[in-house]
Design a protein around this ligand. Structure first.
Ligand code: PLP
Length: 376
């Protein structure tokens, strides 16, 4: 740290210079985050100094968190849900599996996740010493139920299904997984970090949430398609006993027990999430998701015009485009200022997320560059 203090103007000049080095959302096709809704920013600033880790000092934002949990539970078919606002998908996944492990009598157990699972599950294996078994995918890139059956054994403490895979936006057969989980009496966790704020607003008969008997917990992230500020995650349990299994005693705080992974945690993102949900309602979310799906179709049509096909027909606003040399293509697109990501081997493809910040104009410009890069 410097000895001599800098003035506010000097500090802000440094910050502005650094902020200027960050890239802008208008050329981001690679991220599942987006610019927060303006009302989320206002709510965030209003609750900036609140700490949900010491709820007795902040009863207002604590009540907001409970309302957010209830609203998300209602959205996902279980108004009596239990849970909390976490820092994101990784924390929610860790905590869901930790609860399953804590409840199970099995020591040094395993979990069975789809091959398409987010890398947070690898962290979980390492953190809480569980073997992570990866089930194969079928030709639609959904988890193959017979592969899951082959991997499950008496040491399995949880199954995981994904509603909106990170790379392809695919939805696993959650009802089939629930059947296996019910038969064996094990926890089924659904990772809907991305799909949680998409699927409820799409037409279609998705059977993936708490309406499916056997689904024990769900991850849903407001800081992705919920248009909230970062860091806002949601962890929801059907049963109170799962949440209780995460609790530890707190010696010096206003509440005797705490279930969250982090201690001190901002109330700002919970308030931001609440504000967006109140302000948009189901109607607003349906319009926003509908717009993202229109952008998705627009991208697909334009891609087809230049001879590029998706790996699967997109279910939601996540597209994987098959190109001959994805690594080199991505590098050249990056040189041209586009931020796209890639899916993993053995299905390497360009991965694009059509978030609300994407515009028709940026899709046109992107496709023009993609066409040029592919024609070289
Ligand atoms: N689960 C899924 C399906 C995801 O797509 C992601 C991130 O993209 C995560 C979990 C992790 O979320 P976070 O980065 O908020 O920890």
């Amino acid at each position: 740290m410097r000895d001599k203090a800098l003035s506010e103007d000097e500090v802000l000049a440094i910050l502005n210079e650094m902020r200027g080095r960050d890239y802008c959302y208008d050329r981001f096709f690679s991220t599942m985050c987006t610019q927060p809704h303006p009302i989320a920013v206002r709510a965030h600033n209003l609750f900036l100094e609140t700490n949900l880790g010491d709820p007795g000092l902040f009863p207002g934002v604590t009540e907001i968190e409970q309302r957010v949990v209830k609203m998300m539970g209602e959205l996902l078919g279980c108004p009596d849900v239990e849970g909390y606002v976490s820092t994101g998908g990784t924390e929610s996944n860790i905590q869901a599996i930790r609860a399953a492990r804590n409840i199970s009598p099995v020591k040094r157990g395993n979990i069975v996740v789809p091959e398409s699972a987010h890398f947070s599950f690898d962290k979980i294996g390492n953190l809480i010493c569980l073997e992570v078994r990866k089930a194969e995918l079928d030709s639609d890139l959904k988890v193959d139920l017979s592969s899951v059956e082959d991997l499950v054994d008496e040491r399995t403490v949880a199954l995981v299904g994904i509603a909106g895979t990170t790379e392809f936006g695919q939805v696993d057969p959650i009802d089939g997984l629930a059947e296996i989980a019910r038969e064996r009496g094990i926890h089924l966790h659904v990772d809907a970090a991305f799909g949680g704020f998409v699927l409820p607003f799409l037409e279609g008969d998705w059977k993936w949430d708490f309406q499916v008997q056997g689904v024990s917990s769900i991850t849903i992230d407001p800081h992705k398609m919920g248009l909230s500020t970062i860091p806002a995650g949601g962890l929801l349990f059907r049963s109170r006993k799962d949440l209780n299994s995460l609790e530890t005693e707190t010696h010096y705080l206003t509440k005797a027990r705490q279930a969250s992974l982090t201690g001190t945690r901002s109330g700002a993102a919970a308030a931001a999430t609440y504000a967006v949900m109140l302000h948009l309602g189901r109607k607003g979310f349906t319009e926003m998701v509908g717009h993202c799906m229109d952008l998705t179709r627009y991208l697909l049509e334009g891609a087809e015009d230049i001879g590029v096909e998706p790996v699967i027909d997109p279910v939601m606003n996540v597209v994987a485009l098959q190109v001959e040399s994805p690594v080199e293509t991505r590098e050249e697109l990056t040189r041209r200022g586009w931020h796209v990501s890639m899916t993993r081997e053995p299905r390497r493809a360009l991965r694009l997320i059509l978030m609300p910040h994407v515009t028709y104009e940026s899709i046109d410009l992107f496709l023009r560059d993609l066409d040029e890069v592919l024609s070289r």
